[in-house]
Ligand binder design. Structure first.
Ligand SMILES: Cc1cc2nc3c(=O)[nH]c(=O)nc-3n(C[C@H](O)[C@H](O)[C@H](O)COP(=O)(O)OP(=O)(O)OC[C@H]3O[C@@H](n4cnc5c(N)ncnc54)[C@H](O)[C@@H]3O)c2cc1C
Length: 479
């Protein structure tokens, strides 16, 4: 639906539930609620997936690290969810083999890894993406050439899923819209009034500059790292920052993903088509989520770690094609180290009709949404359908083919127009960063931005000045 029509509908009608935040959690809640027959609106302050949900390691994983911390429930839930995602979004789920090397005197001894990956397979109810195995150092070096051989005792190979985080958000929203939800980006929630039968929420249309109100019987705060202090929120978060670097696969080539242990922390080297992603850091963060930046020390830490494990690669800062930074919205635990803090989620009705949904992972978003909408349905008391999100595919194949994939599609004017017309892209950065990942993936990203800006200018009727402003904004956001 056209943005103007959607906003007119949002301002005119009364909703069962208003979702605030268009990251993966908000998108999941909107889709689930709409499929159950609720009348749903969703508002996003910036672009859909602007927040943490376009800045992850893109893994659908139980988290082998959490197993070592004894967080069996979290691992089991995520392991089941990654298989569900493979069923409902096959275009965004790629099985990925991980090689986890074990070194002499490491905190991750080989015997423990061997036991761990077997438990990991079992927690997937015996249906992981592939069967894990242990191997000696010689075989490990055959699988991961270039790996540091000094002190290598052997390795394990296990399986998880790889996705495209921002596309998962967008396709979940497209699915929500197909099920009847009204969704709008560049529409921040700025306040609310409680009424006898729900809420009157104030939202700004940042494109047109208007303010309007939305009436809803229930509200779900799904604003991730922005959740604290929003409306009636009682969430307490501990934010941690995570940085990723992207390299040309020629400079750091691995067929399998590789796990790099740094003390108790683990980092990933992830093959992504012609590129390799390296990440992530995990450090406490105190600023506004949108102000997080890739700092020199983040880059140095990542380069030091990868060069220790792949000494022949000799990677330097100038080898970095692109980088990105995200902020994890972890449930507050002031005592633990950032990497120790639980990745479990919390769903609380903190005021009558107002839910805060926080924490969790990209991998478990569907489950978070299901549990939230179960509670909202009970509160609303209507006769709604049962949750269908684990069975129903997000979209038909025809709606994703050539458009939505793990490795970005080839650029074309037709595709750019599709994103503007059908996928709510408003700015150049919406298109090159979140609809496509071109700005992270393409070596010719700067030249491509010029071309895409021209196509968007012709589509939206931008003036030359507006096109220049878009180019400057997209360039400055190329982190
Ligand atoms: C470095 C890093 C790596 C990660 N890797 C993985 C991984 O590999 N696998 C995995 O499963 N998980 C991973 N995660 C975790 C995962 O990315 C997050 O748990 C998830 O994306 C959080 O989604 P969300 O919807 O809660 O928050 P967000 O994606 O941040 O969405 C919240 C949205 O709310 C919007 N918003 C804020 N204020 C308002 C307002 N007033 N009105 C309207 N909208 C508003 C924001 O603009 C934002 O778009 C990683 C996280 C980080 C930081």
């Amino acid at each position: 639906m056209e943005r103007a029509q959607t906003l007119a509908r949002i301002g005119r009608e009364r909703f069962d539930v208003l979702v605030i935040g268009g990251g993966i959690v908000g998108a999941g809640v909107a889709r689930d609620a709409a499929l159950r027959g609720m009348k749903v609106a969703l508002v996003e302050a910036r672009d859909f997936a602007f927040g943490t949900s376009s800045r992850s390691s893109r893994l659908l994983h139980g988290g082998i690290r959490y197993l070592a911390q004894g967080r069996i429930r979290l691992v089991r839930e995520a392991s089941v969810e990654k298989k569900i995602l493979q069923r409902i979004a096959p275009h965004l789920t790629q099985a990925m083999a991980f090689c986890f090397p074990a070194y002499r005197d490491s905190q991750w001894p080989l015997w423990q890894l061997r036991v761990g990956v077997k438990i990991y397979d079992l927690l997937c109810r015996g249906h992981n993406f592939g069967k894990s195995e242990g191997m000696d150092a010689r075989v490990a070096l055959g699988i991961c050439p270039g790996l540091n051989a000094e002190g290598l005792k052997g390795a394990v190979r296990y399986f998880d899923g790889f996705t495209n985080d921002a596309r998962l958000v967008l396709d979940t929203l497209r699915s929500a819209e197909n099920a009847g939800a009204s969704v709008a980006n560049y529409a921040p929630f700025v306040g609310l009034e409680q009424c006898s039968d729900g809420f009157r929420c104030v939202v700004v249309d940042d494109i047109e500059g208007n303010k309007f109100s939305i009436e809803a019987r229930a509200v779900v705060n799904a604003t991730g790292p922005w959740s604290e202090g929003l409306g009636l929120s009682k969430v307490k978060l501990r934010l941690t920052k995570g940085v990723h670097l992207v390299f040309d696969a020629n400079r750091l080539a691995t067929k399998d993903a590789v796990v790099i242990a740094q003390g108790p922390r683990i980092l990933f080297v992830l093959p992504w088509g012609e590129r390799t992603i390296l990440g992530t850091t995990d450090t406490d963060y105190a600023g506004a989520p949108e102000d997080a930046r890739v700092e020199r020390q983040d880059v140095d830490y990542l380069l030091r770690s990868v060069n220790e494990f792949f000494p022949g690669a000799k990677l330097e800062a100038r080898d970095v094609i692109s980088s990105y930074v995200g902020v994890r919205p972890l449930i507050a635990d002031p005592n633990g180290k950032p990497s120790d803090i639980s990745r479990t989620h919390e769903i609380q009705q903190n005021s009558r009709g107002w839910w805060d949904v926080a924490g969790g992972k990209l991998t478990t978003y569907r489950l978070m949404a299901e549990e939230t909408v179960d509670q909202v349905a009970q509160f609303l008391g209507g006769r709604f359908e049962k949750c269908a999100t684990a069975e129903r595919p997000l979209l038909e194949k025809a709606a994703t083919s050539g458009i939505s994939s793990i490795v970005p599609p080839e650029p074309s004017r037709e595709l750019v127009e599709h994103f503007c017309r059908k996928e709510w892209a408003q700015s150049l950065e919406d298109l090159t960063r979140r609809r496509t990942s071109w700005s992270l993936y393409r070596r010719d990203a700067a030249e491509l931005r010029l071309k895409v800006a021209q196509w968007m200018a012709e589509f939206f009727g931008w003036s030359n000045q507006q096109r220049e402003t878009e180019l400057r904004a997209a360039d400055s956001n190329c982190i």
